[in-house]
Design a protein around this ligand. Structure first.
Ligand code: 4NP
Length: 149
């Protein structure tokens, strides 16, 4: 099983989602993350995401930002989008229905329509990053329940 987490810049939310998801699945699962923009390509995650993960004993400091590519739609089984704009962008890059079926909104796994999106913490402070961590932690646990035998 190969899982891709996607946000806008691949420096705040999806690196955290990748780091958390990796703690939930066995090593033969492949978990990666990407962004819909290439602005931060090659950069490590935002310092606030690194610190938030570290507060929960997860090391995401070695990750590097990369934009999503057409190959990702072939490689990955499941592609989780952090918000509705990201989802629309990702869906627009798919080439067929089989690829489209792989794409979903991350928060849908929790069935909570009030919090349909993982909010972008980029302009916020550590509190916003911790809130994102908590949402991602809940969602990743649910995803693990769904995909693990
Ligand atoms: P992310 O957060 O999509 O969770 O990585 C952001 C990163 C960068 C920007 C916005 C959101 N930006 O505007 O550069």
């Amino acid at each position: 099983m190969k899982i891709l987490m996607v946000c806008l810049g691949n420096i705040c939310r999806s690196p955290l989602a990748e780091g958390i998801m990796k703690t939930k699945v066995p090593e033969n699962f492949f978990v990666d993350s990407a962004g819909t923009i290439s602005m931060h390509e090659g950069k490590h995650p935002d310092k606030r995401s690194i610190k938030t993960a570290a507060n929960h004993n997860i090391d995401i400091s070695k990750q590097r930002s990369r934009p999503i590519t057409t190959a990702d739609f072939e490689i990955f089984d499941k592609i989780y989008c952090m918000d509705i704009d990201v989802m629309a962008d990702v869906v627009s890059k798919t080439n067929n229905e089989e690829q489209r079926q792989k794409v979903s909104l991350f928060m849908e796994v929790l069935g909570d329509h009030k919090n349909a999106e993982v909010p972008d913490p980029y302009w916020g402070g550590m509190e916003e990053f911790e809130n994102v961590f908590q949402l991602l932690e809940k969602g990743c646990s649910k995803i693990a329940e769904q995909i693990l035998p």
